[in-house]
Design a protein around this ligand. Structure first.
Ligand code: GDP
Length: 351
């Protein structure tokens, strides 16, 4: 299981101060008190959205402040209310108290709102303190401070993109080159075959998870060392990225490599093998006389496969590849996440 985590701090706005003022009009001596109330401070809400996949944006920006309320003014003018701040989080996010790990909110569907910090009340102006016996009060209240709080957000991640290919074709290099962050790996049933994964970002809002699928070849489909959970995990992958090494010294035949991997995939799981797939010619910086690359190009053209040529060393083709993957993901429906919540056992502090 992959878990993305982020700690954020939220600050609601303070209430505005009440005002002390007296009416001053020509020919009206001793006009009464006219200080208005302060405005309410803005509150901070978290709201779940289908359009986010990871908690990456919170690493860039972990602090959120709602607007404070305006102060009251003379002539009974009420201060302006501060605007509320709404922070979007991906569906599936769980908000916890960082100290106790108590669960505060579980965003199980899109459009749910959680009041994370309440804005402070505005103070009353002196107009409110006038009584029949005390007609010229000089008292007004200060605004109340807005709530502030630290929240731990957790999200169980699914690998949106699964990498397949022979060992040493450059899968982990590609992941580390593209990753903006590495999620925590929890509860993996096998220790020797820990998947390599990373969060890939196009920008702050658009990100996806890419994972290597370890030990796929050489009998992996027989399930040696791989738990059911691993297979299930793979089945949740939406797009496959198939890497073929075209470097000169590899001495490999790209078309044969493709066929071998596809055969393993089908044996492993026909559902996985049928996923939308992009092809990658890897290590193009070391292509030498290029005949492997030409063969692969020809083959992909004939088979109607989309081919990207990349090098994790020079960075060639990586931006285009990121965009192409995002496009493919956008075209591929999300798998319902109902049973993909973090089970309660993983929320306890001993983890
Ligand atoms: P994996 O087993 O598929 O994860 O492959 P790795 O990412 O570990 O890469 C295998 C070897 O190829 C390593 O020695 C890398 O440094 C090298 N490598 C990876 N990507 C490139 C590349 O784009 N160009 C070159 N020249 N070497 C690469």
């Amino acid at each position: 299981m992959f878990i993305d985590e982020a700690t954020i701090r939220v600050f609601a706005g303070d209430g505005g101060n009440g005002c002390v003022a007296f009416r001053r009009e020509k020919f009206v001596p001793r006009g009464g008190p006219s200080g208005g109330d302060g405005g309410r401070g803005g509150s901070v809400y978290l709201e779940s959205s289908e359009n986010l996949n990871t908690l990456l944006k919170f690493r860039y920006n972990p602090e959120f402040r709602a607007e404070r309320g305006g102060h009251g003014e003379g002539s009974d003018c009420h201060g302006r209310d501060g605007e509320d701040l709404v922070i979007t989080v991906p569906v599936g996010t769980v908000a916890l108290d960082p100290a106790t790990r108590e669960m505060l909110w579980d965003f199980s569907a899109a459009g749910q709102r959680f009041l994370a910090a309440r804005g402070g009340h505005g103070g009353r102006g002196n107009a409110r303190f006038a009584t029949s016996t005390h007609q010229a009060p000089r008292t007004a209240e200060p605004g109340q401070p807005g709530e502030k709080r630290e929240l731990l957000l957790e999200l169980k991640l699914l690998a949106d993109v699964g990498l397949v290919g022979f060992p040493n074709v450059g899968k982990s290099s590609l992941i580390s080159r593209l990753s903006a962050a590495r999620p925590r790996i929890a509860d993996y049933p096998f220790t020797t075959l820990e998947p390599c994964l990373g969060v890939v970002a196009l920008d702050e809002e658009r990100s996806f998870v890419m994972a290597d699928i370890p030990g796929l070849i050489a009998g992996a489909h027989e399930g040696r060392g791989l738990g059911d959970r691993f297979l299930k995990h793979l089945e949740r992958t939406r797009v496959l990225l198939h890497l073929i090494d075209v470097a000169e010294h590899s001495g490999r035949d790209p078309v044969e490599d493709y066929a071998t991997i596809m055969k393993e995939l089908v044996n492993f799981s026909p559902t996985v093998a049928a996923k939308p797939m992009l092809m990658v010619a890897s290590r193009v910086d070391a292509v030498g006389d290029s005949h492997r690359l030409f063969t692969l190009r020809e083959f992909c053209r004939a088979e109607g496969l989309e081919l990207h040529e990349i090098s994790s060393v020079t960075g060639e083709g990586l931006e285009e590849l990121k965009r192409a993957l995002w496009k493919k993901l956008a075209e591929t429906p999300k798998i319902p996440a109902a049973d993909e919540r973090i089970p309660a056992t993983f929320r306890n502090p001993t983890l």
